[in-house]
Design a protein around this ligand. Structure first.
Ligand code: UDP
Length: 239
């Protein structure tokens, strides 16, 4: 189609759970192929794509701490989980002949490159998908915060947060049949009403640095291309 491309460079945030499909742990190969295919389609539109993937399908630090582990150790394990997810997406993209580079906030040189801002931008300019692994590299943060931080650093036009629901609602749509979807909502309303979008640190990073955030569902066919070409998809969060 001749759909207009709305962005030049995007940061896409996927939760680890998006990779699970019908499994209750780990990575479902069919799902990762579908996601890689959708990313490849976005790239064909000429959009530069940076990606942050969570680790919640494997480990979360808070969950491990709840079971008695030291929190910082748990967060290290959570960050390493995001490296595994990132490698899986890199592999799936390369099998579709899309060049991709995992860049990690923790140094694991035998496995992937380090995150170096200028090098990440260079990869994007050359048309490579950049997969930013290990979150921010610090415990007590989330991959949502990593996505907002890196989006700002690399000059992304928008942070696209893929979720399992249609966008931002006034109530939890999973438990309230009457929940209604916002077309647009402000960062301050998200924070004051504690709307479930991202953690407050990530929301504040976007707000204070004028980075628009679009929240949309990954559960539709062609979800990514639609989100990149249609202003009506999901919820736009702005100042
Ligand atoms: N994590 C961290 N620092 C970061 C990003 C992530 O310590 O900057 C750890 C944290 O334990 C977190 C886990 O990695 O629970 C997985 O990330 P997240 O929970 O954000 O994944 P998602 O919910 O998106 O799957």
């Amino acid at each position: 189609s001749d759909s207009p491309v709305l962005y030049r460079r995007v940061m896409l945030k996927l939760s680890g759970e998006a990779l699970m499909g019908d499994l209750d742990y780990g990575i479902e190969p069919k799902v990762i192929k579908r996601i890689a295919h959708e990313i490849a389609e976005v790239q064909k539109l000429g959009i530069e794509v940076a990606l942050v993937i969570g680790g919640g399908n494997i480990f979360r630090g808070a969950g491990l701490a709840g079971a008695g582990m030291d929190r910082v150790t748990g967060d290290h394990m959570g960050m390493l989980a995001t490296v595994m997810n990132s490698l899986a997406i890199q592999d799936a993209l390369e099998q579709m002949n899309v060049y991709a580079r995992v860049m990690s906030a923790l140094k694991i040189h035998e496995v992937c490159e380090d995150y170096i801002r200028r090098r990440a931008i260079r990869h994007l300019e050359k048309g490579r998908v950049v997969i930013l692994a290990a979150g921010t590299g610090n415990p007590f943060f989330t991959t949502d915060t990593a996505a907002s931080l890196r989006a700002i650093e690399i000059g992304a036009d928008v942070l696209m947060k893929a979720t399992m629901v249609g966008g931002v609602y006034d109530m939890d749509p999973k438990t309230n049949a009457n929940a209604s979807l916002f077309d647009t909502v402000s960062f301050d309303k998200v924070l004051i009403d504690k709307l479930q979008v991202m953690d407050a640190t990530a929301v504040v990073m976007c707000r204070d640095n004028n980075l628009p955030l679009r929240v949309f569902s990954m559960n539709e066919d062609n979800a990514l291309v639609r989100a990149m070409t249609d202003k009506e998809v999901g919820t736009l969060v702005t100042a």
